[in-house]
Design a protein around this ligand. Structure first.
Ligand code: MG
Length: 455
């Protein structure tokens, strides 16, 4: 495990601590050596360190002989779309997505627009640790091109999958909060073209994130919620730092959970694709299963991680993917998360329904969700997991990623965190008392197994 650079979504670290310019140049060498004489798009988010790290990775790529198409500041979904649309060989995106401002990261995308698979990451890691790089001669270096048009192309692609006239007819009032990052460059334009009266906050590029932290969640979206109420808007839209996720605020100023708005979107899309397969991580709410079942479609659970969802969608030819953090994947557009597309589709849903977002969400099954955590040293996590698996033997459960136990009236997911020394316990049930009961059971199970593993 020590010889590993990539986590669930690329490489992440604190700038000038784990992620220095010299490390990033070598990473560019390793990535370029893997791609070999390829055409690579490079783009980045608004972080203070993104521009300089992009120059570092570009230096590495060019010196291996790869050509670089520099998209500059761009949302991750726009870069992923460009790779496929322009038949390029891959992309390197400098972003730490939802992480705090001091972080940055590198996502590597294959020619199908999806982040590379684990086995490809291992090849790049092996190159890096052995310092086994291709080095071009002075007259065999890659070419450098500016590639400024990808956002326009992406915006057109999003709109081509939306009923533009239906949305325009409604003249929705929408507040957009792109977290002072690259969502500012696309979502406001798309929504304006969809005929919306647009109010934007935190919509200039500023890597100090003066408005809010890049993760869109109730604690960070107070200003958006207040603004939606204050201007009497129909919808609030918030992105993370690279705009592949979208969290909504309803017309009453309530920040909606990604599970519930996701369920609404799945319900709508299944009308159009009646026999579609829906792919979602095991961490998603039962509500996704309820809706999928109600529409007679097939649900497939996966391990947690957006790349896993994309890859599983490709294997199964699935149409819809969904993450509880506001990630929507729609294969006819692209099988990766896309925040600008999710925002546009939500407006189409509102346009066709004649109801407000809060009314639409009220009609969905209601669950009480309880999220708890138990501290657990990293070195004991596997032993605890084995204990939980043994003690839940015979129950209706999934062991894809942690253990999820399903009951008639609820479920509980018990899962070790990938980044923190904790176990997470997510319980849910239609009845609040029952949700608490399941949560208590889950917590005591982790504690028992923790005691056993210390013994
Ligand atoms: Mg992101």
């Amino acid at each position: 495990m020590t010889h590993r650079l990539f986590g669930t979504n690329g490489i992440r670290g604190i700038f000038n601590k784990e992620l220095t310019p010299e490390f990033t140049t070598e990473l560019g060498l390793a990535i370029g050596s893997y791609f070999t004489d390829s055409k690579i798009v490079v783009g980045y988010d608004s972080r203070t360190s993104s521009f300089l790290l992009s120059r570092a990775v570009i230096s590495g790529l060019l010196s291996t002989g790869c050509s670089v198409h520099d998209a500059g500041y761009a949302p991750t979904p726009a870069i992923q779309f460009a790779v496929r649309h322009y038949h390029l060989d891959g992309a390197v995106i400098v972003t730490a997505s939802h992480n705090p401002p001091e972080y940055n990261g590198i996502k590597v995308v294959a020619k199908d627009g999806v982040e590379i698979a684990r086995y490809e990451e291992e090849v790049i890691e092996a190159r890096y640790f052995k310092k086994n790089y291709r080095r071009g001669a002075w007259d065999a270096l890659g070419s450098y091109y500016l590639f400024p048009t990808i956002i326009d192309t992406y915006e057109e692609a999003v709109k081509s999958k939306i009923d533009v006239e239906a949305v325009r007819a409604k003249r929705f009032k929408v507040v957009v909060d792109p977290a002072n990052s690259v969502g500012s460059l696309s979502t406001p334009h798309i929504l304006r073209d969809l005929g919306c009266e647009l109010i934007s906050i935190n919509a200039h590029l500023d890597g100090t994130f003066p408005g809010r932290l890049p993760e869109p969640k109730p604690e960070t979206l107070g200003a958006l919620a207040v603004t939606v109420k204050a201007v009497d808007a129909d919808l609030g839209v918030a992105h993370d730092g690279d705009a592949d996720r979208c969290i909504f605020v309803d017309e009453t100023g309530v920040v909606c959970s990604g599970d519930r708005t996701g369920a609404l979107i799945v319900d709508y899309l299944l009308l159009r694709h009646s026999s579609a397969t829906v792919v979602t991580p095991i961490s998603s709410s039962q509500i996704i299963a309820d809706i999928t079942l109600r529409r007679g479609a097939k649900l497939v659970w996966t391990k947690v991680g957006s790349t896993t969802v994309s890859k599983r969608m490709q294997e199964l030819n699935a149409v819809i993917g969904l993450e509880d953090n506001g990630g929507l994947f729609y294969a006819p557009h692209q099988p990766v998360r896309d925040g600008g597309f999710a925002a546009s589709l939500m407006l189409e849903i509102l346009a066709k329904s004649e109801q407000t977002l809060s009314e639409l969400l009220k009609d969905l099954p209601q669950y009480t969700v309880i999220k708890e955590r138990v501290e657990c040293p990293n070195k004991l996590k596997q032993a605890v997991l084995r204990g939980i698996i043994a003690r839940t033997n015979g129950l209706n459960r999934q062991t894809l990623d942690g253990v999820k136990v399903f009951y008639e009236d609820g479920s509980v997911l018990i899962r070790p965190s990938g980044t923190e020394a904790i176990y997470r316990v997510y319980a849910e049930a239609k009845d609040e008392r029952r949700a608490k009961e399941i949560a208590v059971w889950g917590l005591s199970l982790v504690n028992q197994c923790l005691e056993d593993s210390k013994a």
